[in-house]
Design a binder for this molecule. Structure first.
Ligand SMILES: [Zn+2]
Length: 295
């Protein structure tokens, strides 16, 4: 079956035709989320008219999604007015094509489970490191949604209770210490760089100066490990997939793999770590896969 996959993020809208996990006709454009949810929805509807010859539509979207109704239950102000958007209903009414909607981190995890890092494995835990830390749980090839479609908010597990403030209103959350943003903040502080640093620049600096590893990257990875340790003891996964540009650095995985072993109980040590493989295409591949599987 040919599926139209669309990934609606706070920054970009990506799309393409997907057949068996392979994307053709990939297209990317800015979401311009500041214009509000209704304008974003209209943009998606115009985008759909540019494609033809597909059987179903799979949508991956930012926010908490009810996959049964294809509605956005809650979205942050990254896309103002996105909360409540009836994505599935609007698309099916206009195009009369069966449409499936899933949260973007969940869609990416399903893509990795079937076509990427987790191919051949039934169960895995996925984390995405960026401004925050997103997560998803795949068990026996299926997503675990939780009672309000919100499971897998790994960025808000508490690793340093009572310490630094998080955007969620609590203190000591994982993403305050272990997101890519936290790494950059730490680097700017320790290296005396005022602003404009990114992950790639940091790795280039580390090549020249060992101190970047000892003062910045390793302490940050120790924070990453604290959260992973908790997840390993909760889920007993055989695989953890680490996504986000920074985790494509082989140093990160090697460090985690080496240092985490003695911090987890012996019967959990079969766990393996891999980088996410599908990058930019994961959301549309996962959404398309879910569209194939929909009843
Ligand atoms: Zn939090």
């Amino acid at each position: 079956m040919r599926m139209l996959g669309i990934d609606i993020g706070g920054t970009n809208i990506k799309s393409g035709i997907v057949v068996d996990g392979v994307v053709s006709g990939f297209h990317e454009m800015p979401t311009e989320a500041f214009q509000g949810g209704q304008t974003v929805m209209n943009k998606v509807l115009r985008l759909i008219t540019k494609y033809n010859n597909y059987n179903r539509i799979g949508i991956s979207s930012a926010g908490q999604i009810d996959p049964a109704t294809g509605q956005v239950i809650f979205a942050t102000d990254n896309i103002p007015g996105w909360t409540g958007m009836r994505i599935k209903q609007i698309i099916e009414q206009k195009f009369a094509v069966p449409t499936c909607v899933e949260n973007d981190v969940n869609a990416a995890a399903i893509a990795e489970a079937y076509y990427g890092a987790g191919k051949g494995k039934d169960s895995m835990v996925c984390l995405t490191f960026g401004t925050g830390i997103g997560g998803a749980i795949v068990e026996q090839g299926k997503l675990y949604h939780g009672s309000a479609f919100s499971a897998g908010e790994f960025g808000h597990i508490t690793i340093h209770g009572g310490h630094r403030d998080c955007t969620c209103g609590n203190k000591g959350c994982y993403e305050v210490y272990a997101s890519t943003k936290a790494l950059i903040n730490l680097a700017e502080e320790k290296l005396g760089i005022s602003e404009g640093l990114n992950g790639r620049m940091l790795m280039a600096l580390a090549q020249e100066n060992e101190r970047v590893y000892t003062d910045v990257i390793n302490p940050w990875l120790d924070e990453v490990i604290l959260g992973l340790r908790t997840l390993i003891h909760v889920f007993n996964p055989s695989l953890i997939v680490l996504g986000g540009g920074i985790m494509e650095q082989s140093y990160m995985l090697a460090y985690v793999q080496e240092h985490i072993q003695r911090q987890i109980m012996p019967n959990f040590r079969n766990v393996e770590f891999l980088s996410a493989k599908l990058g930019n295409h994961a959301g549309i591949i996962g959404a398309a896969h879910l569209a194939v599987k929909m009843e």
